[in-house]
Design a binder for this molecule. Structure first.
Ligand code: FE2
Length: 370
C-alpha cells in the first residue's frame, strides 16, 4: 500500500533509536540506580544550575544506549500529571532522523498527531532540530536531528560534571522496545506504524502460542525497512486468570512501554555484574535447564553457568539467543528491562514464553494480581 517515494524518504530518514526519556518522581535517585546497577555513565544534565526552572534531566549513556531521566521541579506540570497517572515510566521513544521537520510533516500528513512542532535549538556546541508526534497512550516519538552538534547530548544540556566514573556492564544498544496495549488495540497500533512510518510486520504470535495456565497475550513485532528498529506491540488475551499485559494496563492505565531490550556482546559477565550490583531478575526454575540441551541442541555456553544466573536460551533456523528479564524497575508492576545476546537468531524467544510467563505469574500472584 505505502510504497511511494514520500514513504521511502521518511522510512530512510529514521536512523535508529536515539534515546528513551523516562518521567520519574525522583530523577536524581533513579539516575543513581541505573548508573550503579547497570553501569550507565552520566554524560549530560539540565536543571536549576543550567537555567532549567521547571524540569531536571540526567542523560545516561552506555555505548549506543541513551536514557534521559526527567522529573518536574514545580507542581502542576505535564510531567507531574504523567507520573501521577502512570507512575514512573517511559514518555518518549525518540528516533535519530536526518530531517526532523520533514519527518514530522510527513507523519502529520499521514494522520499522526503533533506532540511538539519542529523547533531549532542552539547553544555554543551547535544546533539541533527537534519535533515529536503522539503514539500509543501518552507516549510520544521525538524526531532528533543534530546539525553539526558537538555537545554531549543536545543544546540546553551541559556536560555532566559529577565526574562519576561508571563501570560498564557491557550493554551495547537497544534491540527492541515493547508497547503494551489495552485489549483489542494491538491491531490499530500496528496499523499506525504501517501507515505513519511505513513499517512492516516482522513477526507475530497469537494466544495459541503464548498461553500458560493463566496468562495469554498476542504480539506483533513492527520493524522498519532495515529492521534496525523493532517494536513488538502486545495486547492481553483471555486466560484462566489475569494476563500480565492486563496487569500492566491496570497500573499504567493506558498503552505504554512495557520493556526495553538491551543487547550485550557477552551476557554471562553482564548479568553476573548486574546481579552483584543489585538488579533483581526473574527467577528461572531448575527444571528449565534439565530439558534445555534437548530443546536447543549444543551451545557454546556452560549450561550450569546459565542456570546459576537464570539466563534463558532459544533457537530458530538462523541460530540462538540468550535472554533474561529484570523484575519491574519501579514500584508499580509496569516497566522492566530485558538483557539479550543474539547469536544468529532474530527471534523473540517464543520457546521461552512458557517458562518466562510462569515466572511472571508467580510474581503476579505475590502481588495479588493474578
Ligand atoms: Fe523482548
Amino acid at each position: 500500500m505505502f510504497k511511494g517515494n514520500t514513504l521511502s524518504s521518511l522510512t530512510y530518514s529514521i536512523r535508529g533509536f536515539d534515546h528513551c526519556e523516562l518521567y520519574v518522581g525522583n530523577a536524581k535517585q533513579t539516575a543513581h540506580y541505573y548508573r550503579t546497577t547497570m553501569g550507565f555513565q552520566p554524560i549530560a544534565y539540565r536543571g536549576l544550575e543550567t537555567g532549567s526552572r521547571d524540569r531536571v534531566s540526567y542523560v545516561l549513556n552506555q555505548d549506543h544506549i541513551n536514557l534521559v531521566i526527567t522529573s518536574p521541579l514545580e507542581k502542576n506540570t505535564d510531567i507531574g500529571a504523567h507520573i501521577d497517572r502512570h507512575g514512573d515510566g517511559i514518555k518518549d521513544v525518540a528516533f535519530t532522523v536526518d530531517d526532523s521537520e520533514s519527518a514530522w510533516k510527513t507523519s502529520l500528513e499521514r494522520g499522526a498527531k503533533s506532540a511538539m512542532e519542529p523547533r531549532e535549538i542552539k547553544d555554543d556546541n551547535g544546533e539541533a532540530v527537534v519535533s515529536a508526534i503522539e503514539t500509543f497512550g501518552d507516549t510520544i516519538h521525538s524526531f532528533i536531528e543534530r546539525k553539526n552538534y558537538n555537545g554531549s547530548f543536545l543544546p540546553g544540556f551541559e556536560k555532566d560534571d559529577l565526574e562519576l566514573e561508571s563501570v560498564s556492564t557491557g550493554l551495547v544498544h537497544i534491540d527492541h522496545v515493547v508497547g503494551n496495549q489495552p485489549d483489542g488495540e494491538m491491531q490499530s497500533v500496528c496499523n499506525f506504524y504501517e501507515k505513519i512510518f511505513g513499517w512492516h510486520r516482522f513477526w507475530s504470535v497469537d494466544d495459541k502460542d503464548i498461553n500458560t495456565e493463566y496468562s495469554a497475550l498476542r504480539s506483533i513485532v513492527m520493524a522498519n525497512d532495515n529492521e534496525i528498529i523493532k517494536m513488538p506491540i502486545n495486547e492481553p488475551a483471555d486466560g484462566l486468570k489475569k494476563s500480565q499485559i492486563q496487569e500492566f494496563i491496570d497500573y499504567y492505565e493506558t498503552g505504554g512501554v512495557q520493556h526495553l531490550a538491551l543487547s550485550t556482546r557477552d551476557i554471562i559477565p553482564t548479568v553476573r555484574m548486574m546481579r552483584a550490583n543489585g538488579v533483581d531478575f526473574l527467577p528461572t526454575p531448575r527444571s528449565y535447564y534439565e530439558k534445555l540441551t534437548k530443546r536447543i541442541g549444543p551451545i557454546q555456553e556452560d549450561i550450569e553457568t546459565l542456570a546459576e544466573l537464570g539466563i534463558l536460551v532459544d533457537v530458530d533456523e538462523n541460530g540462538y539467543m540468550l535472554q533474561i528479564f529484570t523484575k519491574p524497575l519501579q514500584d508499580r508492576p509496569t516497566l522492566f528491562f530485558e538483557i539479550i545476546q543474539r547469536k544468529g537468531s532474530n527471534s523473540f524467544g517464543k520457546g521461552n514464553f512458557k517458562a518466562l510467563f510462569e515466572s511472571i505469574e508467580r510474581e503476579q500472584e505475590k502481588r495479588g494480581n493474578l
